[in-house]
Write a new protein. Structure first.
Length: 202
């Protein structure tokens, strides 16, 4: 059974209706502006087998036919959107409206903590939602277009010659743009010397 993503619910005006087929679930996938989301994948988890699935048409509409169980959980995914889970959808439901939220974006710079000069080459991981990226920018800039919303986002940044940095961003809400993130990296400290015993001998 799917677990990631938002859990959807139908508003009163979108109360589920019965389809002409008692074994089908049909409806429409839209964004927050009410536009149909074409090409979204809709899966129906109705038993322990492989879930039936289909892609929405140009208007965001779908119809899953010949479902084996009386009640199913719908899982909707589409590139650039937060996955949506709609539990307990009865077989025979029609005119179901499923609203997808767009994923968030994040941008900023990676700099030397002392000189504030940009660090050109660095890798960046997004925790705990996942995602790993490599950047090569003369101004130390980065932009991530597909950030999953989460209440406690941390950027894990690595650059040669610097300590790995965990930079706390915090709450990232759906359909938001988090800009002007500045990650200050501390250079690695190299210590050279000779280890001696209590008599002063190496």
């Amino acid at each position: 059974m799917p677990s990631e993503g938002a859990v959807g619910s139908a508003s009163p005006s979108d109360a589920p209706k019965k389809t002409s087929s008692p074994n089908a679930i049909s409806g429409r996938v839209i964004d927050v502006d009410g536009e149909g989301v074409a090409g979204a994948i809709v899966r129906a988890y109705v038993d322990a087998g492989d879930p039936p699935e289909m892609r929405t048409d140009a208007n965001g509409e779908f119809a899953l036919d010949d479902l084996p169980g009386p009640v199913g959980t719908l899982r909707v995914t589409s590139e650039g959107f937060v996955p949506l889970t709609m539990p307990d959808v009865p077989r025979g439901t029609s005119d179901l409206t499923l609203v997808l939220l767009r994923r968030s974006s994040m941008s900023g710079r990676v700099v030397d903590a002392y000189s504030q000069e940009p660090i050109e080459h660095f890798s960046l991981g997004v925790q705990p939602t996942g995602g790993s990226y490599e950047f090569n920018d003369k101004d130390g800039r980065f932009r991530i277009e597909d950030v999953k919303p989460d209440p406690s986002i941390v950027l894990r940044v690595h650059a040669n010659g610097y300590e790995t940095k965990g930079h706390y961003v915090g709450f990232v809400s759906p359909e938001s743009q988090v800009d002007s993130v500045v990650v200050a990296m501390f250079p690695l400290v190299h210590v050279e010397g000779v280890v001696v015993d209590s008599s002063g001998h190496p």
